[in-house]
Ligand binder design. Structure first.
Ligand SMILES: [Zn+2]
Length: 250
């Protein structure tokens, strides 16, 4: 397989189209991670990983938008923790603020505890909440197990998070015309600390911006990183895929 990429954040179960078609079209993608955003989508993620062994990895988590329902959904997510490849997606979202901030932090900390307890990576969504995400990661000591998904921070926050030993996952926005801040930040990230993702079905990169995203297009994200780092795309595919294998235990 030429240039096998790994799409580390691909919500196959939220897409609506048949997962086997999306995976078939992604012939240069070796495997994907399909993050759960609540108890039901986490169970579906596990089912997909059983249906496509080696091609889809499961996670269990509760998205910050739904954090208020942690008391109800937490037990089902905790039950899945031992058999999935990662916890999340969790994190803090102060942009949409769909759950109260204290409920978001409670749910985030509970999921970090699961990740620490089961020695699994935790996939973190961070939107307009850099200071608090940084504080929680620092407090809990989960740093080196942390994947910051769809990283959009600028150079200042990127430096501070680098100090916590997290891994940065880049998505479509790095390739947007408006993505200069993210590209400048990515230039500071050593390739060994980076992953690529699509966040399917959202945030399609150019030349597909505005369309429904799919895993095949992760290579546009990778090509942008190759430009930023001045490295051949082949090398970016190799190193980010090796990082993904190490982090998600494959
Ligand atoms: Zn997501």
């Amino acid at each position: 397989m030429a240039m096998p990429w790994v799409d580390t954040h691909c919500h196959l179960q939220l897409d609506g189209r048949p997962p086997h078609e999306l995976l078939q079209r992604a012939e240069r993608v070796a495997w994907v991670v399909a993050p759960g955003v609540d108890a039901i989508s986490s169970k579906t993620s596990l089912a997909l990983s059983e249906q496509f062994p080696g091609r889809v990895l499961a996670t269990a988590g509760l998205h910050p938008h739904e954090a208020e329902s942690w008391p109800e959904q937490g037990p089902a997510i905790a039950e899945l923790a031992p058999v999935v490849s990662a916890i999340g997606e969790t994190g803090l979202d102060y942009y949409r603020d769909l759950s109260p901030r204290d409920a978001q932090e409670k749910s985030f900390r509970a999921q970090i505890d699961l990740a620490l307890g089961h020695d699994k990576p935790v996939i973190v969504h961070c939107r307009d909440a850099f200071a608090d995400v940084h504080r929680v990661i620092e407090d809990t000591g989960v740093g080196s197990q942390t994947v910051l998904h769809c990283w959009t921070g600028g150079t200042r926050w990127t430096k501070r998070f680098l100090d916590l030993e997290v891994t940065f996952s880049f998505a479509g926005p790095i390739a947007f015309e408006t993505g200069e801040t993210i590209r400048l930040a990515a230039a500071l990230v050593p390739p060994e600390r980076a992953l690529v993702e699509t966040d399917t079905p959202y945030l399609a990169p150019p030349p597909h911006r505005g369309e429904q995203n799919e895993p095949a297009w992760v290579e546009y994200v990778g090509a942008t990183l190759a430009d930023v780092w001045g490295l051949p795309a082949r090398h970016v595919a190799e190193v980010t895929s090796a990082n993904a294998a190490r982090i998600f235990g494959r």
